[in-house]
Ligand binder design. Structure first.
Ligand SMILES: NC(=O)c1ccc[n+]([C@@H]2O[C@H](COP(=O)([O-])OP(=O)(O)OC[C@H]3O[C@@H](n4cnc5c(N)ncnc54)[C@H](OP(=O)(O)O)[C@@H]3O)[C@@H](O)[C@H]2O)c1
Length: 309
C-alpha cells in the first residue's frame, strides 16, 4: 500500500510518501480501507506518536482519525462485516490512517454518519469525543448552566460550543481571530475576542472548558462560581489551586468510545452537529497537510487527508 511515514522523530519535514506493507488485523481488530484521515498538528510532538511503552516504534504512520470501509476482520470480531462504513479514533501509540489501510481495534470504531462525506466523518472523532467527554463525563453540564469555552474557533471548540448548546447551556466563548460569525453560528450567545476584551471580570460561569491552556488556564479559576467545574485539555492543573477558589479543576485525555461515536454520528445525521473543515490534501501531499499547520491566519476547522474518493 501507499503510506505517509516517518523513519525518525521530527516535524512535518520527516514525513515521506512511500510503499509500506498492508497491516494484518489481530483477532480483535479490523482492517479499514481508508477513505479519509484527519490530522492533529500537535501529534508529531507527542511521545506516544514515536514510542510505545517507552520503546521507539519507527517507522510511524500519522493521522489518528479515520473514516473508511472495512476490508477484513479479525477472527474474534462479530459486530462488523466487510463493507461496513466506519469511523473512529485510533490510539496515538499505534500506526495512524494516512495510508491506504489501517488496522484498528473493532471496539474503537462505530458506523459512520451516513449523510456526510468521508472527509467530514474523518474530522469528527477526536474533537467530537473530546468535547463530549469534557462536557458530559467530566463537567456534567446541566440545562441552564453558564459555560465558557476557550478557543471556540478550534476543532474542539466549535464542537464544544455546539454540544453545550444542545445540552441546554448558555455558551460564551473566547476567540483571538476574526471568527466571531463562525462561533455564533455554532451557538455561542456571547463572543469575547481576547485581542480587545478580557474574559476574567468576575465569577460568571458554572463550567469552563479550556482548550488553550497557559495564561488562559491560570486566569480561568476566578471566572467560576463556587462549586464550578474547570476542565482543561492542556495539562494537569496545579494541586490545591482549585480549592482556593472553591471549585474543581481537572485534566483528562480523550478515550475511544463506540457509544459516544454513535451519539455524535446521530447528531450529525439529524443535522444538529456541523463539522468545520479547514482544508483537504491528497495522501500524496500528506507532508504539506502537516506543514499547513504552521501557516498564519489558517482557516478554522480540521485538516483532512483524502486517501480515496
Ligand atoms: N487532552 C485531550 O485529550 C485533548 C484532546 C484533543 C485536543 N487536545 C488539545 O486541545 C487543544 C485544542 O485542540 P484543537 O484541535 O481544538 O486545536 P485547534 O483546532 O488548533 O484550535 C485551537 C483554537 O484556540 C484558539 N486560541 C489560541 N489561543 C487562544 C486564546 N488565547 N484565546 C482564545 N482562543 C485561542 C486558536 O485560534 P487561532 O487559530 O487564531 O490560533 C484556535 O481557534 C490542543 O492543545 C490539543 O492538543 C487535548
Amino acid at each position: 500500500m501507499t503510506a505517509l511515514r516517518a523513519h525518525h522523530r521530527g516535524g512535518p519535514e520527516v514525513l515521506i510518501v512511500e510503499p509500506a506493507p498492508v497491516p494484518v488485523p489481530t483477532d480483535a481488530e479490523v482492517l479499514v480501507a481508508v477513505r479519509a484521515a484527519a490530522i492533529t498538528f500537535a501529534e508529531l510532538t507527542w511521545d506516544e506518536t514515536w514510542t510505545r511503552d517507552g520503546v521507539g516504534r519507527t517507522p510511524i504512520i500519522p493521522s489518528h482519525e479515520v473514516s473508511g470501509v472495512i476490508a477484513d476482520i479479525g477472527s474474534g470480531v462479530s459486530d462488523f462485516e466487510r463493507g461496513d462504513e466506519v469511523y473512529g479514533l485510533i490510539g496515538f501509540d499505534r500506526d495512524g490512517a494516512a495510508a491506504d489501510y489501517v488496522t484498528v481495534p473493532a471496539a474503537d470504531l462505530a458506523v459512520r454518519p451516513s449523510t456526510v462525506p468521508h472527509t467530514v466523518s474523518a474530522a469528527l472523532p477526536l474533537a467530537g469525543l473530546t468535547a463530549l467527554q469534557a462536557l458530559v463525563d467530566h463537567a456534567g453540564v446541566r440545562p441552564g448552566e453558564d459555560v465558557l469555552v476557550h478557543g471556540g474557533a478550534g476543532g474542539v471548540g466549535t464542537l464544544a460550543i455546539q454540544l453545550a448548546s444542545i445540552l441546554g447551556a448558555n455558551v460564551t466563548t473566547t476567540v483571538r481571530s476574526d471568527t466571531s460569525d463562525l462561533v455564533r453560528d455554532c451557538g455561542a450567545q456571547r463572543v469575547i475576542d481576547v485581542r480587545n476584551e478580557a474574559f476574567d471580570d468576575g465569577p460568571a460561569y458554572d463550567v469552563v472548558i479550556d482548550t488553550v491552556g497557559g495564561q488562559t488556564l491560570d486566569r480561568s479559576y476566578s471566572v467560576l462560581r463556587p462549586g464550578g467545574r474547570l476542565i482543561t485539555l492542556s495539562a494537569p492543573p496545579p494541586i490545591g489551586k482549585a480549592d482556593e477558589y472553591g471549585i474543581t479543576a481537572m485534566f483528562f485525555i480523550v478515550t475511544p468510545s463506540r457509544d459516544q461515536l454513535d451519539e455524535l454520528a446521530a447528531l450529525v445525521d439529524r443535522g444538529q452537529l456541523h463539522v468545520e473543515i479547514a482544508a483537504t490534501f491528497p495522501l500524496a501531499k500528506g507532508r504539506e497537510a502537516f506543514e499547513s499547520g504552521r501557516q498564519p491566519n489558517r482557516r478554522a476547522g480540521k485538516t483532512v487527508i483524502v486517501v480515496s474518493d
